[in-house]
Design a protein around this ligand. Structure first.
Ligand SMILES: Nc1nc2c(ncn2[C@@H]2O[C@H](COP(=O)(O)OP(=O)(O)OP(=O)(O)O)[C@@H](O)[C@H]2O)c(=O)[nH]1
Ligand SMILES: [Mg+2]
Length: 370
């Protein structure tokens, strides 16, 4: 069998799993020496967890990525104690770690509505400070989505996801010839010769209608949100979930999986993805693979096979399409190197972006000093 993989790059960077922000607590207000009046404290900056947001939304809504608390009011004859400056709230998704620029953990947000102060406002001027106010804290912070694994296996039941993880890693997930063998994520580690490790989460099988919480539904899709990249797994000969449901070819399976993810959260489909075509040891597998590759090259043309409501808005183009047999071990080493390549590439793009941002911040700071 010829081992081939088609590399197809697509616009990357829609999925955001970390974000660097500038936060600055508001300055305090002036005290009033004549009457011993106290200036208001500056507003604090908070990060607040919200179920409905994503880091991508925060990034798009606040391109400057600057959050400054309100200034405290000065003490005056009418209001001897100045009012506190308004607090600034940054909405962030649930399941993030907040760290300082040098990696110190400020805290974590694990449930909707949880909040964390990230920059305190300055104190208002009082007798003790000769009525001079102080400035608020200023720093860069990082919001990092807590990931369960680098990659998540996405596929319909029985595609061979658990078998694949066993073939690639040290994990020993349950494997059986019936749907929904896997009920919770199992993490396997892929080991490389240079000691690099990549974690892969075996996830429960997805079914049509998962976005409306069918099968393991949302539970499953929540896990998919928390991986950097996706590893789609399809059975080269297609599948049929039950005798009442229609038979689906490998190509249809790919589009249905894409549609389910898209309906749940469009951002999910913008993650880099690889496609594993499993069970290449089965009869006719080679011919079916050729057919699948043809269809993937030109998905619009072949999507007539699907009812309209099952067609994804955008067809995924996979970074690699890798034929394997989890049973015989065929293609497994090649798959491991494709996975490595894809993650290394994304890490390089990320570190370039962070480097550029730091450079930009440095330049604007030095401008201010001049
Ligand atoms: N012939 C063949 N059978 C395979 C291969 N990989 C997996 N299988 C069989 O397919 C069946 C399902 O495998 P699993 O690994 O449990 O599939 P899964 O995708 O994890 O299924 P769920 O956890 O139910 O979603 C088992 O009977 C496996 O032995 C393969 O490469 N070739
Ligand atoms: Mg399984």
């Amino acid at each position: 069998m010829v081992q081939l993989s088609r590399i197809c790059f697509r616009k990357y960077a829609n999925f955001v799993d970390n974000l660097r922000l500038y936060v600055h607590g508001g300055s305090g207000g002036m005290g009033l020496p004549r009457l011993g009046g106290q200036g208001g404290n500056g507003g604090d900056v908070w990060v607040v967890a919200s179920k409905t947001t994503t880091l991508k939304k925060v990034k798009d809504k606040y391109p400057q990525k600057r959050f400054v608390g309100g200034t405290g009011s000065n003490s005056s004859v009418r209001a001897l104690k100045g009012a506190k400056g308004t607090d600034k709230e940054i909405n962030a998704p649930v399941g993030i770690t907040v760290t300082t620029d040098d990696g110190k953990i400020i805290g974590e947000l694990n449930a909707d509505g949880e909040r964390l102060v990230v920059a305190k406002g300055g104190r208002g001027g009082t007798f003790h400070s000769a009525f001079e106010p102080s400035k608020g804290q200023a720093k860069h912070i990082r919001l990092d989505l807590k990931l369960i694994a680098d990659l998540g296996l996405v596929g319909f039941p029985n595609a061979g996801k658990s078998s694949l993880l066993t073939a690639m890693s040290n994990a020993t997930p349950q494997i059986a010839n019936y749907a929904f063998t896997t009920l919770k994520p199992e993490i396997g580690k892929l080991m490389y010769k240079d000691y690099k490790q990549i974690s892969v989460a075996d996830l429960p099988g997805l079914i049509e209608g998962a976005h409306i919480n069918k099968g393991m539904g949302h539970k499953f899709l929540k896990h998919v949100e928390r991986t950097k990249q996706l590893l789609f797994v399809v059975d080269v000969s297609g599948f049929q979930l039950a005798s009442k449901t229609p038979f689906r070819s490998a190509f249809e399976a790919v589009q249905l999986l894409t549609k389910e993810l898209e309906l749940f959260k469009e951002e999910l489909v913008s993650k880099p993805a690889l496609l594993v075509v499993n069970k290449m040891d089965l009869p006719d597998a080679e011919d079916r693979l050729v057919e699948l590759r043809e269809q993937l090259k030109n998905p619009e043309e072949f999507s007539d096979l699907l009812p309209d409501d099952m067609k994804p808005k955008n067809y995924l183009s996979f970074r690699h399409v890798v034929p394997v047999s989890a049973l015989t071990g065929f293609g497994i080493e090649h798959l491991k190197s494709c996975i490595r390549e894809s993650l290394d590439e994304a890490a390089e793009t990320d570190s370039k972006a962070i480097h550029q941002e730091r450079l930009k911040a440095l330049m604007s700071n030095s401008h201010k000093l001049l």
